[in-house]
Write a protein that binds this ligand. Sequence first.
Ligand code: PLP
Length: 419
Amino acid sequence: MHSWIDDIENYKLRFLIRDSHHYLKETFEIIEENLETNQYKVLKGFQQHKITENHLIGTTGYGYGDLGRDALDNVYASVFGAEKGFVRSQFVSGTHCLSCCLNALLDGGDELLYVTGDPYDTLEKVIGITPHNNSLISRGVEYNSVPLTGNGKLDFESIGNAIKPNTKVIGVQRSKGYSLRGSIAIAEIEALVRYVKRIKDDLIIFVDNCYGEFVESREPADVGADVVAGSLTKNPGGGLAKTGGYVVGKGKLVDKVAESLTAPGLGADVGASLQNNLDFFQGFFKSPQVTADSLKTAAFASFLAQKLGFDAEPSYADYRYDIVQTITFEDKEKLLAFCQGIQRHSPINSFVEPVPDDLPGYHDPVIMAAGTFIQGSSIELSADAPIRPPYTVFIQGSLSYEHGRIATSMAFDALLEGK
Ligand SMILES: *Cc1c(COP(=O)(O)O)cnc(C)c1O
């Protein structure tokens, strides 16, 4: 029978693909173990809150008494180990959700201290690291950051020294995002919470959880983070949520974020769910599996990259803390060939050739391969790269491991065979 692998031209690559199961066995066992733990947690959340068909129907207008929306908030809170959840399609993106959190939690005179280095590119204007006249800094919020140590860990001593009387929020970005650092383990967040609360017990630990949901068997709020936020077009949307974001955490703090999205006095009581409840529930239910398939795709791509002589982070054998995989090509043409190969093997816009272009919020031209059903969704297989040395691609997502395996293999074939 004809196998897709027969369509791979490169002899060595064909051999590696066929051999990969053997090398990835242990990595996949860990991924599958976490998947079962997380799937069980989600199922229990649905049972605990007695989800019924009525919860899958939405409201319009103000959205008063939206049973599905309110039940989903509770399911998120239970599954993510928090007091309260706030899940809304009215968050236009992850950045918007994070921005609402920071604006709700910080007043003029307070300090925001990021302890994972400067955060994700799109937060630069939100905070005012890149000057902007609606930034936190322009409203009198102070900002400081502590870089990670040389080997990518939280630098506890420097964090301790940086905490001042007006430090109010400790910012943690769990995923590497578009930087070339490691990602933060839940165990590290746990140690951080214990450490900083001993110094000042009213500090608010805020975690940007983008790309981290369901990667491990515990979530940041399980280990004491106060406010945790992320995007529904990443892991927790399970590929089905069309837009939106979520916040979970301490009740009073989540209420503040809700008022920052809607209005003082309105908070979480309004916001029509329209047709989103079904997608949000079903996507959350599927999220552990989609996240696991994304992790397998990342490990597989890492395996091929390393065996072909490219630097890949994490290594295929490493334990993973987010779904992001980087591969460094040291060569612009190879990087472009890889991204174009991913696009050619995507379900949507397979015939379109991506080229580098300038994007708002980014310093260098960026190439983005994203043949996704949902625009910009990065829980679907996507590969993007800023065009600058050392020519590193960031790969994330995949609705199925089988698609991830085929597309990344074909992308390497394109690169090796000059297709
Ligand atoms: C994706 C991401 C964001 C921002 O999300 P958008 O939906 O793209 O605005 C923020 N932080 C991290 C770590 C991310 O990965």
